[in-house]
Design a binder for this molecule. Structure first.
Ligand code: SF4
Length: 414
């Protein structure tokens, strides 16, 4: 019999930690092995690779985190107010990527709270996208005519401090099949809905059987053409992408997946393996990234992330301006920063590597693309266009309305 897993001795002093200020990928199979041996000595590699073990051993308290990270005073103090903010949870795997001695480490900043979360700035709201106002039945958001957002769980394996749904994730209890059935009934009686996005919380924290049930019910609705899943599991809990899960997902094509990622340090061998499994199962993968101040707001970081994703067969899809949830000002950048990053990508790298930079409009206006104006005017029949280097070019936009109608009236080839 294997010895019982003993999480870090609560009386043990934090280990002496080396100083490392640069942000580079820390995790390989070897470093996660040494992390496991150091902090979970009773756990086997089989345990570590088991997503349920990862969920059972999430780090959720200051005392647990102090064992692996040298917490700053700011981070420590934030735990006095934990009931007022989003819960803390980090999978051991994701925690193994954190630099224990650098408060500015990107994963640390997105996972470990600071006191600034309590500062409410003008324009912030608990539900800035007004999702609750577009919810015909609990757990379903119907904002655009032909698609719905189906919030199938409020649970995530790890909680992002900037989460748009911090008002609900980790707090409410999922309604389970009864609530899902009401949402499925609504979708079934609304023929305009052709696209269903499963989100939450993280849908991939549900057991295989529940995912199969949900996808199966949705697939029985003839007008549902496309099902998408939004998940951070391949990043924070790559062990979840088992062959068994992939077999379930494959049964319900066409199925697409959006993967929530933040920084190139997340693109480890484990994440690579998870994405490979999904891509090999014929699931088109896209990414969603939130622009975060001091975390991923440089051209170099963003380019490295987007290039890394393409290598994993993940198409960079959206770069989001951070939503103004309560206590988010320390995460938000000016929009000019996002435009600068977009400019730094567009034209300077593969088109596939350039995500759409968008604001999800506060008040429920939907996603609005943000781009520097490229059509700068006309000169006679010439359209004046600005390229990625800021140079102006002309396009002979000379086909007039009358010429178009002549062409339309011309005999057509059989
Ligand atoms: S994984 Fe998604 S839903 Fe969960 S906390 Fe992070 S952003 Fe929110």
């Amino acid at each position: 019999m294997r010895p019982k897993t003993i999480f870090i001795d609560e009386n043990e002093e934090p280990p002496s930690l080396s100083v490392e200020k640069t942000v580079s990928p820390r995790n390989t199979q070897e470093t996660s092995l040494s992390f496991r041996q150091r902090y979970f000595p009773a756990a086997s590699q089989e345990d570590w690779n088991d997503w349920r073990w990862q969920l059972r051993h999430r780090l959720t308290s200051r005392r647990q985190l102090e064992k692996i990270v040298r917490l700053s005073e700011d981070e420590k103090n934030s735990f006095h107010f934990q009931n007022a903010t989003l819960p803390v949870a980090i999978t051991p795997y994701y925690a193994s990527l954190i630099d224990p001695d650098n408060c500015e480490h990107p994963i640390r900043r997105t996972m470990i709270p600071v006191v600034n979360e309590l500062l409410v700035s003008p324009g912030e709201s608990s539900d800035p996208l007004q999702e609750e106002c577009h919810s015909p039945v609990p757990g379903l958001i119907h904002r655009y005519p032909d698609r719905v957002l189906f919030l199938v769980t409020e649970y995530c394996s790890s909680y992002c401090r900037y989460c748009t749904r911090s008002r609900m994730v980790g707090r409410r209890k999922s309604g389970g099949r009864k609530q899902w059935q009401a949402a499925i009934d609504y979708i079934a009686k609304t023929p305009a809905i052709r696209d269903v996005l499963l989100s939450g919380g993280d849908p991939l924290t549900l057991p295989d059987e529940e995912i199969d049930w949900l996808l199966g019910r949705l697939r029985q609705i003839p007008h549902v053409e496309l099902i998408r899943i939004g998940s951070k599991a391949p990043i924070v809990l790559p062990q979840r992408v088992t062959q068994e899960l992939v077999e379930v997902l494959k049964r319900h094509h066409p199925l697409w997946m959006s993967i929530h990622c933040t920084h190139p340090v997340e693109l480890t061998s484990e994440t690579s393996e998870a994405c490979t499994r999904l891509a090999d199962a014929g699931i088109p993968l896209g990414s969603q990234t939130v622009l975060l101040a001091g975390i991923n707001d440089s051209v170099e970081t963003m380019r490295s992330l987007m290039h890394g994703l393409l290598k994993l067969r993940v198409k960079p899809y959206y770069l989001y301006q951070c939503d103004p949830i309560l206590g988010s000002s320390h995460f938000r950048t000016p929009v000019s920063k996002g435009l600068e990053l977009y400019q730094g990508l567009r034209g300077y790298t593969t088109g596939y590597a350039v995500p759409n930079y968008v604001i999800d409009a506060p008040g429920g206006g939907g996603k609005i693309p943000l781009i520097q104006e490229t059509v700068v005017g006309r000169d006679g029949n010439d359209l004046l266009l600005r390229n990625y280097e800021g140079k102006i070019f002309r396009y002979p936009d000379t086909i007039s309305a009358s010429r178009s109608s002549v062409l339309q009236g011309a005999p057509q080839c059989e």
